[in-house]
Design a protein around this ligand. Structure first.
Ligand code: FES
Ligand code: FES
Length: 169
C-alpha cells in the first residue's frame, strides 16, 4: 500500500503523519487523531455526518483523502469550543432541543458555521439550503433551523460589538 507523509493543521495544531494514500480525511481525524466528534454515516457523501471545514469550506470528510489536505487547515467539531465554553451555535442547539440522538449534530453545526462565516444573518431559506446536505432522522429540522437562526442573531450582535468572525466562539 502506498503511503505519504503529510502535514495537516487540525483545529490550529499541526500534525505530521505518514498515511496510506487510501486514508480519508474522516479516517485521519477519527482513527489517527482520535477526534471522534466527526461522525461516519453513509461513507459516500450522502448524509453530511462527516462534515468538517477545510480551509473554511464545509466538506464531506469521507470523500477527501488525507493526503489531499497536506498543507491545509481543517476544523472539526472539537475545534469550536474556547476555554471549555461551547460555541454559540452549539449553545443554541442545546437551548432549542435540536440535539436528539446527536449523530447528525457535529456535521450540521459545521455546515451552519460555514454559512454564518459568509452570511452572518441568513434567511431561513438560506439556512435550509446550507444544511441541505446534512440529514437528520430525528428532529424534522425545525429546531435545527431555529437554533441556527437564533445563533446568527446573537452572534451578529456580538460580532458588531467585538469585531469577531463566525468561526470564533
Ligand atoms: S459519512 Fe460522509 S457524507 Fe455520509
Ligand atoms: S439528532 Fe438524530 S439524526 Fe439528527
Amino acid at each position: 500500500m502506498e503511503a505519504v507523509r503529510v502535514r495537516i493543521t487540525i483545529n490550529g495544531d499541526e500534525y505530521v503523519r505518514t498515511v496510506p494514500t487510501s486514508m480519508t480525511l474522516l479516517q485521519f481525524v477519527r482513527d489517527e487523531l482520535d477526534l471522534t466528534g466527526t461522525k461516519e454515516g453513509c461513507g459516500k457523501g450522502e448524509c453530511g455526518a462527516c462534515t468538517v471545514l477545510l480551509d473554511g469550506a464545509p466538506v464531506n470528510s469521507c470523500l477527501i483523502f488525507a493526503y489531499q489536505c497536506a498543507g491545509r487547515s481543517v476544523i472539526t467539531i472539537e475545534g469550536l469550543s474556547r476555554d471549555g465554553a461551547l460555541h454559540p451555535v452549539q449553545e443554541a442547539f442545546m437551548r432549542h432541543g435540536a440535539v436528539q440522538c446527536g449523530f447528525c449534530t457535529p456535521g450540521m453545526i459545521m455546515s451552519a458555521i460555514a454559512l454564518l462565516a459568509s452570511n452572518p444573518l441568513p434567511t431561513q431559506a438560506q439556512i435550509r439550503e446550507a444544511i441541505s446536505g446534512n440529514l437528520c432522522r430525528c428532529t424534522g429540522y425545525k429546531a435545527i433551523i431555529e437554533s441556527i437562526d437564533d445563533a446568527a442573531r446573537r452572534m451578529a450582535g456580538w460580532a458588531t460589538a467585538h469585531g469577531a468572525d463566525a468561526t470564533q466562539g
